[in-house]
Structure formats: structure tokens, C-alpha cells
Design a protein around this ligand. Structure first.
Ligand code: AP5
Ligand code: MG
Length: 221
């Protein structure tokens, strides 16, 4: 049966950073709805053009567009053994749609990992974040995770840039949207006995260790 891990956390909680780490340790690909939207935007697809106005304002892209994009991604061969879902689901209707999708693929949510980080730390992380232009959107932080050469990705050598939605006024909107629209999923997965809360304010390697320990317990045969 495929393994599906969910990473839930506010903007800047470290979902992308940890999904990339988990991919190396567990061999499960990262499926990030934000990365998929940004890739569509870069290629100027109709989906990217539709998503842009929501992303630039720090609001959620409508559920229908988001769910169909994820469905297509989960059908790709590399997802057959399961994936780490980064930033999806983000609303109750998305969570319900995900149950249906995973049933199509013969799986279910194994564990929902909530990376808890307070608002002050989220803002500090978003303000210092730089992302690479490569397909995998590797992520750095000026203070907490600097690249070896300033402005250049350690992994693929592409240029680093700051995301449009990391502008101060959009950061605040994204955090508000998280607490209003996504935080209710914490209660949903708690009720289902699937939620594990991780202290996301710890150093990156410690967060990875805690996530791996939680996954090991929840995916043991
Ligand atoms: P998305 O790209 O998912 O953005 P987000 O949820 O706001 O999260 P981020 O990517 O900003 O943060 P992250 O948790 O990945 O943190 P990171 O690892 O980079 O979504 C963008 C937009 O797309 C949304 O606003 C919406 O419009 C749309 N969208 C996406 N999904 C959607 C959905 N399901 N439905 C509808 N719309 C959707 O880390 C942040 C920084 O902190 C980095 O600099 C990193 O180096 C650093 N850092 C990470 N961990 C640590 C640590 N432990 N200690 C110190 N520094 C750390
Ligand atoms: Mg991210």
C-alpha cells in the first residue's frame, strides 16, 4: 500500500525544507501545491495564470483548481509508492477530496504532521528566505540555512531570489489565511487519530529527526 504523509504548518513553518529532507531519507517524492503552482506560473500555463492573482495576494487558490492539479500529480509514476504532501490539503473540502483521491490510488493518509511555529518566528523565516530558480525550488535562509556561495544554489547552481509573496504585507495575509482556513484541519486529523504535533521552532536537523520518528511509528507494519 502506498504511503501518504501530510505536512501541515503555517507559511515559513519549514514544510518545503523538511519535505526535501524526508525525500532523501524515505525515498518519497515531495508534492508541494505551492511549488506546482509556481512551476505553472513560470511556464505561463492557463492554471498558472489563474492561480497568480490569488498567490500574489496571499490567498488560497480555489479548491477545484487545486484538487485537480494534485490528482494529476499523484497519477505520475514516481508517486506510485506514495508521497510527502507539502501544503495540501489546506481547507476542509480539500481534505475531503484527498480522501477520495487516495482511495483511487489504494491508499489513505498515514500521518498528518503539524509543524507548530509561532507567528513571530514565521515572519523571521519568511523575511530571510531565498529560493533557487531550479525545478526543485531549493530553499535557504540568510541566517538559519545560508548557501555556501551567497546568491547561488548549493545543489543546482541556479540563482537565488525572494518570492513575490514574501513581501511584508503579503506575509501577514498568508499567516491570517493559515489560521482561519487551514488550522481547522489540525482538529480534523486529531479526531481521526492521525495528527502528530512537532515543535517546528527547533533547528532544521532536530525537526527532521522528530518527523522521522513520528513517521516510523505511524508506518510500522
Ligand atoms: P506555499 O508555497 O505552500 O507557501 P506556504 O504555505 O505559505 O509555505 P512556504 O512555502 O512559505 O513555507 P514552508 O513551510 O515551505 O517553509 P520553508 O521550508 O520554505 O503556497 C504559496 C501559495 O500558493 C499560497 O499562498 C496559495 O496562494 C497557493 N497554494 C498553495 N497550496 C495551496 C492549496 N493547497 N490550496 C490553495 N492554494 C494553495 O522555510 C521557510 C524559511 O525558513 C526558509 O528560509 C528556510 O531555510 C527556513 N527554515 C526552515 N526550517 C527552519 C528551522 N527549523 N529553523 C530555522 N530556519 C528554518
Ligand atoms: Mg514551501
Amino acid at each position: 500500500m502506498p504511503t501518504y504523509l501530510l505536512l501541515i504548518g503555517g507559511p515559513g513553518a519549514g514544510k518545503g525544507t523538511q519535505a526535501q529532507g524526508l525525500r532523501e531519507k524515505l525515498g518519497l517524492p515531495q508534492v508541494s501545491s505551492g511549488d506546482l503552482f509556481r512551476d505553472n506560473l513560470k511556464r505561463q500555463t492557463p492554471l498558472g495564470q489563474q492561480a497568480q492573482k490569488f498567490m500574489d495576494r496571499g490567498e488560497l487558490v480555489p479548491d477545484g483548481l487545486t484538487v485537480s492539479m494534485i490528482r494529476e500529480r499523484l497519477k505520475l509514476p514516481d508517486a506510485a509508492g506514495g508521497v510527502v504532501l507539502d501544503g495540501f490539503p489546506r481547507t476542509m473540502p480539500q481534505a475531503q477530496a484527498l480522501d477520495g483521491l487516495l482511495a483511487e490510488f489504494g491508499g489513505r493518509v498515514n500521518v498528518a504532521l503539524y509543524m507548530k511555529v509561532d507567528e513571530r518566528v514565521l515572519l523571521e523565516r519568511l523575511s530571510g528566505r531565498w529560493v533557487c530558480r531550479g525545478a526543485e525550488q531549493h530553499t535557504y535562509h540568510l541566517r538559519f540555512n545560508p548557501p555556501k556561495t551567497p546568491g547561488v544554489c548549493d545543489v543546482d547552481g541556479t540563482e537565488l531570489f525572494q518570492r513575490v509573496d514574501d513581501a511584508a504585507e503579503v506575509q501577514a495575509r498568508r499567516i491570517k489565511v493559515f489560521f482561519e482556513q487551514t488550522a481547522p484541519l489540525i482538529a480534523l486529523y486529531t479526531e481521526r487519530g492521525l495528527l502528530v504535533e512537532i515543535d517546528g521552532a527547533q533547528p532544521i536537523a532536530q525537526v527532521t529527526a522528530d518527523l522521522l520518528a513520528a513517521v516510523a511509528t505511524r508506518t510500522a507494519a
